[in-house]
Design a protein around this ligand. Structure first.
Ligand code: PAF
Length: 280
């Protein structure tokens, strides 16, 4: 497996691979890789001839008050994990190559990015769409794999790909969970044992909603009330949102249309911000 740090080198390589007819699969990450990421890499390896994993902690998607500085950076361990999962290349460009001095161009998706995460993190998706578009131009993938765990990110990227005529197939991989139900996330490592126990209320609330839907419930107010009740039992958990939305547009649904809906939760567990969702 090869590590590439230069944007020009990455572009040259992508050009060579494409001219040989090789299908390139990209897995964009910010590093601190866990089993969830590795499942994305494995999925990319099933679908592509060559897999590029990008590792870049993207400054433009963090607000000044967020955890950019403390976000875990562990390139060496990440590289070993990428190799074990079947990646061919790790692309880890330095920040000043991605955003050179004087950088001033951004991509903003203006609808799907607005609700949910967009309310409390108004500049977040602008950073995500900008860096993902840049990664597409640097790595020239045929397909790119994203995790369903970040459901709104997936929907925003799908919209950007459609609106800007990118010829990249967006592949969505299911959320991987710990045996106790907690969705895998690089931010789980911030949790103490007590916080982690309370964080389990998030997946519990989602599973309860799924159970209610299986029993025939369709009303969003009832699903949301039950999920919120479960979360409110925990002393350290503060709900940011619990919402039933259309999984493509992120618009609220009053009545669930099975197959189209998604129940999404964001919550603080003390100072750790977690998100999770389940497709209904
Ligand atoms: O999901 C992430 O890790 C990031 O938002 C992404 C897609 C790598 C862009 O920085």
């Amino acid at each position: 497996m090869q590590i590439i740090t230069s944007v020009t080198e990455m572009q040259t390589l992508a050009h060579e691979l494409r001219s040989k007819g090789q299908i390139i699969g990209l897995v964009p990450t910010m590093g601190a890789l866990h089993e969830g990421h590795l499942s994305l890499i494995r999925l990319a390896a099933e679908r592509a001839d060559k897999v590029v994993v990008s590792i870049f902690v993207n400054p433009t998607q963090f607000a000044p008050s967020e955890d950019f500085n403390k976000y875990p950076r562990e390139l060496e361990a990440d590289v070993a994990k990428c190799e074990s999962a079947g990646a061919d290349y790790v692309f880890a460009p330095p920040a000043d190559e991605v955003y050179p001095k004087g950088y001033s161009t951004y991509i903003t998706e203006e609808r799907v990015a607005k609700p949910l995460e967009g309310v409390s993190r108004p500049s977040h998706f602008r950073g995500v769409t900008t860096v993902v578009a840049k990664l597409f131009n640097m790595c020239r993938p045929d397909l790119a794999v994203f995790g369903q765990k970040d459901a709104q990110q997936v929907a925003v990227i799908q919209k950007m790909v459609a609106d800007l005529n990118f010829t990249v197939d967006v592949v969505v991989a299911p959320t991987l969970r710990e045996p106790d139900g907690l969705a895998m996330s690089s931010r789980n490592r911030y949790l103490t044992a007590t916080q982690r126990t309370e964080a389990l209320s998030i997946s519990r609330a989602l599973f309860k909603a799924r159970e209610m839907v299986a029993a025939g419930e369709r009303r969003s107010d009832r699903l949301i009330a039950e999920a919120t009740h479960i979360l409110s039992q925990q002393r350290r958990v503060r709900v940011i949102y619990v919402s039933l939305v259309d999984r493509l547009t992120m618009e609220p649904m009053r009545e669930l249309e099975p197959g189209r809906g998604l129940i999404a939760i964001a919550a603080w567990v003390d100072e750790v911000r977690l998100i999770d969702n389940i497709v209904l």
